[in-house]
Design a protein around this ligand. Structure first.
Ligand SMILES: [Zn+2]
Length: 292
């Protein structure tokens, strides 16, 4: 009975992972955490390497949590449009407390709290390092990895998170799941260099700002492939678990990748860089504790 329950839950999570636009696909989240560990300098790498499987496994927990906790899903995105319209995003990230002085909390929540979630988890990780609480260090590291990776998905920073019009519907999943599944093995992970970040808020702000405009490049690239290929050329039917699904043909995927200037690759490398750099920076700011 317990096994059946677990199986049903697992299948439920799996189907949600396929259908829902909650961030990079789960394989990508796991890979980001794993590669980020190898980008850490000594002596931190020794500690993280011991727990690499835990970090990869738990890096997808925030997505799983959103299926059972209705407040969780707002932590995975930000509607930058809302803040631009209200002239609150022109030079830096609005301070959380000041924000609540000027806008009601419900409006803030429904427009996504991703940047403030990252800042909060960064502080929690720093505090966990200070007291050398291994359980909390690993928990906050895994969650932080997830949220900063979501931050590198440009469509997580736009109200039009799945296209500007109905013809672009599906672009979200194409960018964050289908394309990396197609060619992640070709990405150049060697170029990532971890560094100490002295102002997390600034890095989060500039990433969101860049992403907001990067989404436009994705919309143009998507229009290009749908203009170039007719529907029969764009997709091929594929039988998966007794269901026939339309899958993008490889030529169209490659075109989208090149037309968007390899944005999927650049953003995944950025997610790895941000993950390892924030883990490292939190450790530095906590006084570089020795961990066994
Ligand atoms: Zn997510």
């Amino acid at each position: 009975m317990i096994f059946m329950k677990r199986l049903v839950l697992f299948l439920f999570f799996l189907s949600m992972a396929v259908l829902n636009g909650n961030g990079w696909g789960w394989n990508v989240h796991r890979n980001i955490s794993k590669v980020a560990v190898y980008k850490l300098p000594e002596p931190l790498i020794a500690f993280y390497k011991k727990h690499i499987e835990y970090l990869a496994k738990h890096s997808i927990n925030p997505d799983k949590k959103s299926f059972i906790d209705s407040t969780e899903r707002f932590r995975h995105f930000i509607n930058t449009d809302f803040y631009i319209r209200n002239n609150m995003f022109d030079s830096k990230l609005p301070n959380w407390c000041k924000l609540l002085d000027s806008i009601d909390k419900d409006s803030v929540i429904v427009n996504g709290t991703l940047p403030w979630t990252i800042i909060s988890y960064y502080s929690l990780l720093k505090e966990a390092f200070k007291v050398k609480d291994k359980k909390k260090i690993l928990h906050y590291s895994a969650y932080l990895s997830h949220y900063v990776s979501d931050l590198t998905v440009p469509l997580h920073c736009r109200e039009d998170y799945d296209g500007l019009n109905k013809n672009q519907k599906g672009i979200h999943r194409l960018f964050e799941t289908i394309l990396p599944d197609f060619n992640i093995k070709e990405y150049n992970f060697f170029s990532v260099k971890t560094k100490y970040i002295d102002n997390v808020k600034d890095v989060v702000y500039t990433t969101i700002y860049d992403n907001y405009y990067k989404a436009d490049t994705l919309f143009v690239a998507y229009d290009s492939i749908t203009r170039k290929y007719n529907e029969i050329e764009l997709y091929y039917p594929d039988k998966y678990k007794n269901r026939v699904q339309n899958r993008f043909n490889n030529k169209a995927l490659n075109d989208f990748y090149l037309m968007s200037n390899k944005m999927t690759e650049r953003q995944i490398l950025k997610a790895i860089w941000l993950t390892s750099s924030l883990w490292y920076s939190a450790w530095i700011e906590a006084g570089q504790p020795q961990l066994k």
